[in-house]
Design a protein around this ligand. Structure first.
Ligand code: COA
Length: 167
């Protein structure tokens, strides 16, 4: 069975991620969406449990996609699960150097897995989880950026209209 891992912070998962997950699900027998730890990022806004719940709420349509979490090295997770690929979305040239570095490091740490880059769909080119968090926390409309199933959870937590932002 050809297993692919789609790793990320997913704080929260967005339409851009879902597009990559959907396309990866057609290329591999099984796809694991892996909530991972990025030591370069400050504390996440959503807990790992919440991020997993949001992912589970949006992957229901795919028979071969599951969600999991890992707070260690991605390479170790690949070895443990026997995954043969890391799938990442490439949005713009600016993503490339960082992604290239990570792909090389992961290849060195786990020679049995390849990194596969999928180019983002044009409408998700400038989308990121932090952009979604910023728009929601300023009371903006996040329709079109995140799947409808998790819009309420994100707004509930971040929107000033829900009284969570102190003025
Ligand atoms: N559409 C829309 N947005 C996208 C996207 C897409 N297709 N792909 C990525 N993004 C966004 C993400 O939401 C993220 O936004 P944010 O910075 O506002 O949160 C941003 O682009 C960067 O994404 P990415 O480069 O995937 O970073 P990440 O923090 O989500 O994931 C890890 C990085 C977790 C995969 C990486 O740190 C890791 O592998 N950690 C495990 C520890 C490890 O093994 N470290 C050694 C690695 S060599």
């Amino acid at each position: 069975m050809r297993i692919a891992v789609v790793p990320g912070s997913f704080d929260p998962v967005t339409n851009g991620h879902l597009d990559i997950i959907n396309r990866a699900s057609k290329l591999f027998d099984k796809v694991i969406v892996l909530v991972s730890y990025n030591p370069n990022k400050q504390k996440a806004r959503f807990s790992v449990k919440e991020r997993l719940e949001m992912i589970n709420a949006v992957i229901g349509d795919f028979d071969n996609v599951v969600a999991d979490c890992n707070d260690g090295l991605l390479a170790d997770y690949l070895e443990r699960t026997g995954a043969c690929a890391i799938v990442k979305g490439l949005r713009a040239v600016t993503d490339f150097e960082y992604e290239f570095q990570m792909a090389l490091a992961n290849r060195q740490l786990c020679s049995t897995a390849e990194t596969v880059f999928l180019t983002t769909s044009p409408m998700n080119m400038y989308l990121s989880s932090s952009m979604v968090r910023e728009i929601a926390s300023l009371g903006g409309d996040i329709n079109g950026f995140v799947p409808p199933a998790i819009r309420g959870v994100i707004l509930e937590r971040l929107s000033p209209n829900h009284g969570n932002i102190k003025k």
